[in-house]
Design a protein around this ligand. Structure first.
Ligand code: FES
Length: 137
């Protein structure tokens, strides 16, 4: 308490700052589940910790464990993409060779390379649209 006051802080300022900046919420649309995470949290780690099935089929076991190389943790960020970190070179390269990326360039991310800085809505295990208008357009 005294340290706060000595440094020019007060409990009131501390509490109001944290009320204004609540923890980001991740909404998993398919699972109808919401979790709150610390700012900057890794989307893959938080999803797995919350019991969200991030990987389809055999990829539950056969994945790169967050190295950004297998592409099986891909998700769609349907709301709040601006609340995530920008895609890095590795993520862009990995997504760029994925059929599922076609037509989803604005919303698709690798969960293992996504930092959550604010509220987002996520669709896990998005299907590959092999015959839809986005594929051939
Ligand atoms: S876990 Fe393999 S790319 Fe994310």
């Amino acid at each position: 308490m005294e340290a706060f006051a000595r440094d020019g802080y007060s409990i009131g300022k501390f509490l109001s700052a944290h009320r204004e900046n609540p923890m980001p919420t991740i909404t998993f649309a398919t699972e109808k589940k919401e979790i709150q995470v610390p700012e900057g949290a890794n989307l893959r780690k938080e999803a797995l910790a919350a019991g969200v099935a991030l990987y389809p089929g055999i990829h539950k076991i056969a994945n790169c464990h967050g190295m950004g190389s297998c592409g099986s943790c891909r998700v769609l960020i349907t709301k709040g993409m601006e609340n995530t970190n920008p895609k890095g070179m590795l993520e862009k390269a990995r997504l760029g060779v994925s059929m599922a990326y076609i037509g989803n360039e604005e919303t698709m991310r690798l969960a293992c390379k996504t930092k959550v800085n604010g509220d987002i809505t996520v669709t896990t295990c998005p299907p590959v649209n092999m015959f839809g208008e986005n594929f051939f357009s």
